[in-house]
Design a protein around this ligand. Sequence first.
Ligand code: NAD
Length: 362
Amino acid sequence: MSQQDIRVGVVGCGAIFNNHVTGVKQANGAVLAAICDEVPARAEAKGNEQGVPYFTSFEEMLPHVDAVNICVPSGLHAKLGIIAAQAGKHVLVEKPVDITYKAAKALVDACESAGVKHACISQHRFASAIQKAKEMVETGALGTMVQGDAYIKWYRTQAYYDSGDWRGTWELDGGGCLMNQGVHYVDMIQWVMGGVKAVRAITRTMAHNIEVEDVACSLIEYNNGAIGVIQGSTSAFPGLSERFDVHGKHGSIIIEGDKVKLWEIDPEAADLGPYGRGVLEQPTPSVHVLGGEKEGTGAADPSAIWGEQHNMQIQDFVSAIHEDRDAFVTTRTALEPLKVILAIYESSRRGGERVEVAEMEA
Ligand SMILES: NC(=O)c1ccc[n+]([C@@H]2O[C@H](COP(=O)([O-])OP(=O)(O)OC[C@H]3O[C@@H](n4cnc5c(N)ncnc54)[C@H](O)[C@@H]3O)[C@@H](O)[C@H]2O)c1
């Protein structure tokens, strides 16, 4: 540990814990300083395994760290994050930022008024193909955007839902295939397309004994006038790779499992913006330029979630602290996919009525 190393504590020694421990240990400028879990045997086992002090009380861990990575059930993210921010600790929460707008906004406000750095995991934003797609849409290289679709047709067994008493509950999971698994690609599509204005949706619980939805279909109106669909599932055996399709007047990009499947722009199109005719270098499918591509997939197996993008996001969080800048995905940024998902749930509750995303701020 050097004098400048940020001392990070990880709270929640469950399924995603290892991604955070690995991410902190590989990050330049950080050191794993403590871990915490409210289950004593779990805290002890992971503390001993990592060779760091362990705690069963989050508050008791705080004096030993400068920053916390919060990996507890989703409906507790804001509660713990606010305690940490008010103690002057930098805060990284797992996705979703929280499960209600009110709680999530309270976390954002607490972090901003405490002046601590804050971030919410959205690791797919670190995939080069996604970043390049964002750049292409933003610079107008695809022409006027007409359609944007995200499909997250994953599979989870009943045993997965039974493996934790918070899973599949409104109180702590806050939703099902969209709030938990789908939030990644909801974030990708809304980010790349420049934000969602309104939704119309149907969600159902079809294949599991859970409170929340395990299948969801929604029609999307984007802020830029384009339309599209978001479909989520944890009932689609055997679990398909997540995918998104964006279509502009002059081109299409299809990304599946963070890898380019199709990347075509009409060479005759007049409005390629800064890419101009003949200047654009089109990546061939499955060839990437920036790094951060995913080899494993959580489509059928949650334990297979690949860690490199977590490493990249944790490094970004640590660097943001050292460089006194915002993290790439702040908790404020993470309000956007949350609002889209909440609007989808509200539309389904209202029988598929059109719901404006801004209504979710009320
Ligand atoms: N980014 C991703 O790809 C990804 C993947 C999986 C999970 N997650 C997110 O990570 C979070 C945790 O998910 P998981 O699957 O690891 O859950 P989990 O149930 O496997 O682990 C949660 C752990 O938190 C502990 N805990 C609960 N309340 C606590 C408290 N108040 N203080 C200390 N410890 C407490 C539990 O004892 C448990 O060990 C969720 O928000 C989930 O959405 C993200």
